[in-house]
Design a protein around this ligand. Structure first.
Ligand code: NAD
Ligand code: IPM
Ligand code: MN
Length: 382
């Protein structure tokens, strides 16, 4: 029996709605690992069933933690996350806390947990599923077949750079300032991850920067270029971020793997999500050198639809699949979950964000139930 501790951080807004659904999917996919299927019958008979069991612990973070404990990331939450095998996060933030001081913002808690877990590599896959081509705002021939992986640096750059703050300029005017800073080793480690990711995909890596203007980007480009000799099998290119934003819409199929800094990765991954039909579809995995990974949808707490059972839970369910694959090495269960999502879409179920005429409009809970039904019917893929 394989058994894992998973910390759940539902957070705010739609976070609790989508995490509840993903938790059930994880549990069922784990339990089904113990059931002999057609393909793996002989294996199961010889080894005995190997049920995967999860011990979940739920902790507060974000606005919910500000309200309950007066901080967006309580020590207890970070300690629990650090001691677990993997962390699944919903989303944080909301109008209520938007004007809080920085140390009391939900977003600060999110940056703190990423830093606290040392998860510097954020993988954000954006693939256009054939079932959802019509949900994309792009023309069918542009969107069809898109399959991109954005590798976003997550614990450095302007999000964390010092100095930062508010001040006065020499005219006595108020100022706000931040610092975009990267060290060579920070660039090297994310670049290595990206080359490895590209190697497992189609062997193409595009590094996105603003090296025509920013020193941090000049260093970025220099480090990426010098590491390329270690990966002669990968086709490396460089692109300025403004052009990359344009090319993603013009001809997204030219991209395989993209590596970029924290802020460009934030922006480009939201842009890439729209190729796939909705931000409600895009999962992510954040990993470091060691310790538990952090798995979260790329979307936010969607306060405009929170509490209405309208959220698309698929991004979080697919994040749970990434948790199984990258966090726990449970590839078979990960494939089972992904196959269940595909089948649920094949069965015509759609939340509002991916709805198109001729499909069946469902809410968050019902979408979860439909996925659970199909998880059960997936035979193992090992
Ligand atoms: P958002 O991603 O929450 O919402 C943008 C739009 O997409 C909204 O119209 C929303 O309804 C829709 N949307 C998002 N997720 C959806 C889903 N699963 N299903 C259907 N529709 C979905 O971004 P925002 O409105 O800019 O930010 C809202 C709050 O979330 C802010 O406080 C922000 O700081 C926070 N935020 C948190 C995270 C995170 O926790 N990782 C990420 C982004 C934004
Ligand atoms: C994301 C979010 C966060 C980020 C915010 C909420 C701090 O937009 O996870 O993409 O900018 O990283
Ligand atoms: Mn974002």
């Amino acid at each position: 029996k394989r058994s894992y501790n998973v910390t759940l951080l539902p957070g705010d807004g739609i976070g609790p709605e989508v995490v509840a659904v993903a938790k059930d999917v994880l549990s069922l996919a784990g339990a089904l690992e113990g059931k002999a299927s057609n393909q793996s019958l002989s294996l199961s008979l010889s080894l005995g069933p190997m049920r995967v069991e999860f011990r979940f612990q739920e902790k507060l973070m974000g606005g919910a933690a500000v309200d309950a404990y007066g901080v967006p990331l309580p020590e207890e939450t970070l300690a629990a996350a650090q001691a677990s095998d993997a962390v699944l996060l919903g989303a944080i933030g909301g109008y209520k806390w938007d004007n809080n001081e920085k140390h009391l913002k939900p977003e600060t808690g999110l940056l703190q947990i990423r830093a606290g877990l040392g998860v510097f590599a954020n993988l954000r896959p954006a693939a256009v599923l054939p079932q959802l081509v019509d949900a994309s705002t792009l023309k069918k021939e542009v969107a069809e077949g898109v399959d991109i992986m954005v590798v976003r640096e997550l614990t450095g750059g302007i999000y964390f750079g010092q100095p930062r703050g508010f001040g006065k300029n020499d005219k006595g005017e108020d100022t706000g300032f931040n610092t975009e800073v990267y060290s060579a080793s920070e660039v090297d480690r994310i670049t290595r991850v990206a080359f490895e990711v590209a190697r497992k995909r189609r062997g193409k890596l595009c590094s996105v920067d603003k090296a025509n203007v920013l020193e941090a980007s000049m260093l970025w480009r220099k480090q990426v270029t010098s590491l390329a000799s270690e990966f002669p099998d990968i086709e490396l290119s460089h692109m300025y971020v403004d052009n990359a934003a344009m090319q993603l819409i013009r001809n997204p199929k030219q991209f395989d793997t993209i590596v970029t800094n924290n802020i460009f990765g934030d922006i480009l991954s939201d842009e890439a999500s729209m190729l796939t039909g909705s931000i409600g579809m895009l999962p992510s995995a954040s990993v470091g050198e060691s310790g538990p990974g952090l798995f979260e949808p790329i979307h936010g707490s969607a306060p405009d639809i929170a509490g209405q059972d309208k959220a698309n839970p698929l991004a979080t369910i697919l994040s749970a699949a990434m948790l199984l694959r990258y966090g726990l090495g449970e590839e078979n269960a990960a494939k089972r979950v992904e196959a269940a999502v595909t089948e649920t879409l094949n069965n015509g179920f759609r939340t509002g964000d991916i709805y198109s005429p001729g499909t069946t409009l469902v809410g968050c809970k019902r979408m979860g139930e439909e996925v659970l039904k199909t998880v059960e019917s997936q035979s193992t893929v090992a």
